[in-house]
Design a protein around this ligand. Structure first.
Ligand SMILES: [Zn+2]
Length: 229
């Protein structure tokens, strides 16, 4: 079932390892077959070098396993919450990549300090609130999804394709699992540059709204002019 999507999800998982965002069995990627209402997600705790498409786990949008012998990633409930809330997305990647996680641990959103950032995120990379003790006890992964959705209020998911979970790490998304992996790599690069920016100049300010819009809309939307037609 969903052989192509299984292969795509495995590839997204391997891409973030190749790009140095994931060590050991950290991180997870998933993809959505929206028509079927089915999620393909990495299994929990299986070494990447042994993982095959057949190891991917298929669940419904309530997180119930539909096909697969292995247990799904422990972050499954976060993934399904985001798929239910954001109808335009089809892939999610979660890593503990070094620089993006440092911002999440510092409890700071990443301001849009420059055009590299503005080419991919139409504004800052948001930060979630901290979860309460009751939320952590009752449904940790599900309420992580709730907190991400709250942080995304008023934002378009494909224009803000990732969020930092406070005290944890980033979740990124896109139209496909491959897009989500790409964004996770870009976010890590942006986060590293932003950290260097504030280390050079702690009071550095975000770029102007005009420059933000120029760069974002040059690459995205109906008036995009970047690349070849
Ligand atoms: Zn995590």
């Amino acid at each position: 079932m969903l052989e192509t999507l299984r292969a795509q999800v495995l590839e997204a998982n391997l891409e973030v390892v190749r790009q140095g965002l994931v060590i050991y069995t950290f991180g997870n990627a998933s993809g959505l077959a929206r028509q079927e209402g089915l999620v393909v997600i990495k299994p929990s705790g299986v070494p990447y070098d042994k993982m095959t498409p057949a190891d991917m786990v298929i669940t419904d949008l309530d997180g119930r396993v539909v096909e697969g012998k292995l247990r799904p990633s422990s972050d499954l409930a976060t993934h399904v919450a985001l798929y239910r809330a954001f109808p335009t997305i089809g892939g999610i990647v979660h890593t503990h990549s070094r620089h993006a996680t440092a911002w999440a641990q510092a409890g700071r959103e990443i301001p849009c300090f420059g055009t590299t950032h503005a080419d991919y995120f139409h504004g800052p990379v948001p930060l979630t609130r901290h979860l309460t003790a009751a939320e952590i006890d009752a449904d940790y992964e599900g309420t992580t999804g709730v907190a991400i959705i709250e942080a995304m209020q008023g934002r378009e998911p494909l224009a803000t394709p990732g969020v930092l979970v406070a005290g944890h790490a980033p979740f990124c998304w896109g139209k496909t699992a491959a897009d989500a992996a790409y964004t996770a790599v870009v976010l890590e690069y942006i986060a590293g540059m932003a950290a260097e920016t504030v280390s050079i100049h702690p009071a550095a300010q975000p770029i102007s709204e005009a420059q933000l819009n120029k760069h974002y809309f040059r690459k995205h939307g109906p008036k995009a002019t970047y690349g070849q037609t």
